[in-house]
Design a protein around this ligand. Structure first.
Ligand code: ADP
Ligand code: ADP
Length: 235
């Protein structure tokens, strides 16, 4: 079974007064363990909705979402929170806590999980080393460059030891050179930790640089999907 297995997913947003938007219209997505999978599409295509359905930040209207063998839609409350630890997420605008240090941001999910202090400190130091910020633990987000902020976001997303990383336009706010270095980091984490990455982007360059496979999304559907060389060769 693929690590991420989405079948016939639909999502209809209720806008009130009888108006609705169909953001997902029968999406099938199968991502094997160890892959970097990209979803390419314009604004409004449904990419973000799909990503948020994978970790159940958004509840699908119908269809199934299985991650690491677990039926995510069947989970609620504490069981859902536990399953989400297996799924890290990074964001376009980093979503860091500005009042906390870099180390404090990375420590946050471990605090929520109740990881003992000494173990937490070791893990935070290790994570900061992994993303190349070993000497910045005491800095505040405002003192960092965009690329450094995203490295903090990545370290925080990895804190609970997830098998899957969801990337929501993680490089869209960065210049091309910084984008390259963040994508290289994701690729390294994929190779070294076996991390499975599902990313969404509106940039073909991102797909070409890191993805093993990709899908092109439009109006809540996949127009085409497959391994990169074949996808790029398609007419
Ligand atoms: P993308 O990430 O590709 O830009 P989205 O998933 O954000 O696409 O949006 C897909 C469609 O769903 C759009 O028409 C958008 O306006 C709509 N949409 C997204 N989120 C919501 C929401 N919370 N409430 C209502 N409509 C939404
Ligand atoms: P905050 O005050 O922002 O909540 P802290 O500075 O108290 O964050 O640190 C949170 C966690 O990170 C603690 O577990 C602490 O041991 C660890 N930590 C603090 N400073 C560093 C650092 N420079 N490098 C690595 N880990 C650190």
């Amino acid at each position: 079974e693929p690590l991420i297995d989405v079948q016939n997913l639909t999502k209809v947003y209720d806008l009130g007064r009888g108006r609705t938007v169909q953001a997902l219209d029968g999406v099938d997505l199968h991502v094997p363990q160890g892959q970097v999978f990209g979803i390419l599409g314009r604004s409004g295509a449904g990419k973000s909705t799909l990503l948020r359905c994978v970790n159940l930040l958004e509840r699908p209207t119908s269809g199934s979402v299985r991650v690491d063998g677990q039926d995510m839609t069947a989970l609620r409350g504490a069981a859902l929170r536990r399953a989400r630890r297996g799924i890290g997420m990074i964001h376009q605008h980093f979503a860091l806590l500005s009042s906390r240090t870099v180390a404090g941001n990375v420590a946050f999910p471990l605090e929520v999980m109740g990881t003992p202090r000494a173990q937490r400190a070791r893990r935070v130091a290790e994570l900061l080393d992994v993303v190349g910020l070993g000497d910045r633990g005491g800095s505040y987000p405002a003192q960092l460059s965009g690329g450094q902020k995203q490295r903090v976001g990545i370290a925080r997303a990895l804190a609970a030891g997830p098998k899957v990383l969801l990337s929501d336009e993680a490089t869209s706010a960065l210049d091309p050179e910084t984008t390259g270095s963040i994508l290289d980091l994701l690729r390294r984490l994929n190779r070294e930790l076996g991390l499975t990455v599902l990313l969404i982007t509106h940039e073909m360059g991102v797909i070409k640089r890191v993805c093993d496979s990709a899908a092109v999304m439009h109006d809540g559907r996949f127009l085409e999907s497959g391994p990169l060389p074949e996808l790029l060769a398609a007419p």
